[in-house]
Design a protein around this ligand. Structure first.
Ligand code: NAX
Length: 328
C-alpha cells in the first residue's frame, strides 16, 4: 500500500470545502490506489460545523481515507502536509472596497504562508482558491520564502472548464473534444479565455465556429461573468464546480499532460510572454507529472495581447495595494 498523502484544506466547513473534502477522500484527486490523510482547517467559530463535516466523512467509510485532523491551529493544520489547498477566506461584504478585501484576506495569507514554510513537508505544493486568489497566493508565497516559487498555484481551472462547456454547447461537440483552452491572467472578470488557440476535435475553434461576433460578444462575457450569473441564480457562489476544478487542477499538475495540449493554472511568472516576473499569472501549462512548465510560443495576436496586458495591469494594481504585506 502506498504511503498516504497529507492534504490540508482551509475553510473546510465552507461551501467549496463541503464538496471538496469528499472528492479528495474518495480518490478523485490522487487516484484510486492512493490513500490520503486530510487536515481540515477552520476558524474557531466554524469548528462545530467542521465537526459535522468530519462525522459525514466518517460515515462514508472511504477505503482511501486513513485519517482526519480537524483543527483551527495552523501548526497542526499544515504539519507535514504534501498539498495545502487554501480555500478559506473572508467573502466580500456590502460596502467593502476591493482594497479592504485585499487587506483583510492578505493578512490571513501572510500567516498561512509562514505556517506552511515552517510546518509543511519539504516538497509541499500549495493551491490558492480563496479570492482574490492570485494576489492571496502572491502574498502567501512571499511570506514563505524557503518554499520555492514553482510550488505555488492559484486556481483558474474553473474558468477554463466554464469556457470549455460554452464551446462544447455552441459547437455541439463533446467536452472531451475541446482542448488547448488557456485562461490567461487574473482570476477575475479581466481574465482572458483564449478562444483563438482553442481546438475542437483537433481543429481551431474559430474554424469550427465561424462566428467571430459570438466569440467576442457572447463567449467572452459569458465566461468572464459566469460566477456572477451563478450567484444570481443560486443566491450562493459556485461551490461544487469550484471543488471539481480544484480536483482537476491537482490532477493536471500531478499527471503527465497529453502531447500537444495544455491546461490553465496561475503560476509565478518567469517573464514569459513579457508578463512581469513574480506575478501570479494564469498561463497555458504542461506537466510531466512532477514538474510543470509554461508552454512557450503560443501565437497571440493584437486582440489577445491587449486582453492579457489588461489583466496583467489589474494584477500589478492589486500587488501595489498589498505592497506592505510583501516582505522586501
Ligand atoms: P464560504 O464562505 O462558504 O466558506 C469559506 C470558509 O472559510 C468558511 O467556512 C470560513 O469559516 C472559512 N475561513 C475564513 N477564514 C479562514 C481562515 N483564516 N482559515 C481557515 N478558514 C477560514 O466560501 P466558499 O464558497 O467555500 O468560497 C471560498 C473561497 O473561494 C472564496 O474566497 C471564494 O471567493 C473563492 N472562490 C474561488 C474560485 C476560483 O476559481 N479561484 C471560484 C469559487 C469561489 O468563488
Amino acid at each position: 500500500m502506498k504511503t498516504p498523502i497529507r492534504v490540508a484544506v482551509t475553510g473546510a466547513a465552507g461551501q467549496i470545502g463541503y464538496s471538496l473534502v469528499f472528492r479528495i477522500a474518495s480518490g478523485s484527486m490522487f487516484g484510486p490506489d492512493q490513500p490520503v490523510i486530510l487536515h481540515v482547517i477552520e476558524i474557531e467559530p466554524a469548528m462545530a460545523s467542521l465537526g459535522g463535516v468530519v462525522m459525514e466523512l466518517q460515515d462514508c467509510a472511504f477505503p482511501l481515507l486513513k485519517g482526519v485532523t480537524q483543527t483551527s491551529s495552523l501548526e497542526a493544520g499544515f504539519k507535514d502536509v504534501d498539498w495545502a489547498l487554501l480555500v478559506g477566506s473572508v467573502p466580500r461584504k456590502a460596502g467593502m472596497e476591493r482594497k479592504d478585501l485585499l487587506g483583510i484576506n492578505g493578512k490571513i495569507f501572510i500567516g498561512q504562508g509562514q505556517a506552511i514554510a515552517k510546518h509543511a513537508a519539504p516538497g509541499v505544493r500549495v493551491l490558492v482558491v480563496g479570492n482574490p486568489c492570485n494576489t492571496n497566493c502572491l502574498i502567501a508565497m512571499n511570506n514563505a520564502r524557503p518554499v520555492l516559487p514553482e510550488r505555488w498555484f492559484a486556481m483558474t481551472m474553473l474558468d477554463q472548464n466554464r469556457a470549455v462547456a460554452q464551446l462544447a454547447a455552441k459547437s455541439g461537440a463533446d467536452t472531451t473534444a475541446i482542448t488547448n483552452l488557456a485562461v490567461w491572467g487574473n482570476h477575475s472578470s479581466t481574465m482572458y479565455p483564449d478562444f483563438r488557440n482553442a481546438r475542437i476535435g483537433g481543429k481551431p475553434a474559430t474554424e469550427v465556429i465561424r462566428d467571430e461576433a459570438w466569440f467576442t460578444e457572447t463567449f467572452l462575457p459569458t465566461v468572464q461573468q459566469r460566477g456572477t450569473a451563478i450567484i444570481k441564480a443560486r443566491g450562493l457562489s459556485s461551490a461544487a464546480s469550484a471543488a471539481n476544478a480544484v480536483v482537476d487542477t491537482v490532477r493536471n499538475l500531478t499527471t503527465p499532460t497529453r502531447p500537444g495540449i495544455w491546461f490553465s493554472v496561475s503560476v509565478c511568472s518567469d517573464g514569459s510572454y513579457g508578463i512581469e516576473k513574480g506575478l501570479i499569472f494564469s498561463f497555458p501549462v504542461r506537466s510531466d507529472g512532477q514538474k510543470w512548465q509554461i508552454v512557450q510560443g503560443v501565437a497571440l495576436d493584437e486582440f489577445s495581447r491587449s486582453k492579457i496586458v489588461a489583466s496583467e495591469s489589474e494584477l500589478k494594481e492589486e500587488k501595489a495595494l498589498v505592497s506592505e504585506l510583501i516582505p522586501k
